[in-house]
Design a protein around this ligand. Structure first.
Ligand SMILES: [Fe+2]
Length: 154
């Protein structure tokens, strides 16, 4: 008889995968040879990053906010989302051919990498064991619906 190992966390596997996708999008934006290419690549990052973060905040964070162990960390992650948003707004007001564009995109990439690593190591690691497979599967479906709605309407 086959015994399937419990997956306990397809929602987290998906979020980690999206973190990797976003880092790859930053690398593509930084490698663009023209200002138009930079602007288009950055618009794509901002669109996807906002949808990802909104869905995390609306679907995942409320599940963890009441936790004694990681509740405080959720508040910290919300602050980090606000910081990433502020950095994106600065960049959206800046022409890509200005000398500050690449260094600021690199700073935003680094801030995102730090945030994602922290989320993965503290929040997701702490939360993985809290949800059974069914709950995790349901959260994944809700997350994807919320993210796709954000992608469609922004
Ligand atoms: Fe996040």
């Amino acid at each position: 008889m086959w015994i399937h190992a419990p997956s306990h966390g397809r929602i987290f596997d998906r979020l980690v995968e999206e973190h990797r996708q976003i880092v790859a999008m930053f690398d593509r934006a930084l490698a663009q040879p023209t200002p138009e290419g930079c602007a288009a690549a950055f618009a794509e990052i901002a669109h996807f990053l906002r949808a990802h973060e909104r869905a995390e905040e609306e679907i995942l964070y409320p599940e963890l906010e009441g936790s004694r162990e990681i509740g405080d960390h959720v508040a910290e992650d919300r602050r980090e989302h606000a910081d990433l948003e502020a950095r994106m707004r600065v960049l959206e007001a800046l022409p890509p051919d200005s000398g500050a564009w690449s260094p600021l995109v690199r700073d935003l990439r680094d801030a995102f990498v730090r945030h994602a690593a922290d989320e993965e190591q503290v929040l997701f690691a702490g939360a993985r064991t809290r949800f059974g497979d069914d709950r995790s599967e349901l959260l994944l479906i809700e997350y994807e619906m919320d993210r796709d709605l954000a992608l469609k309407h922004s």
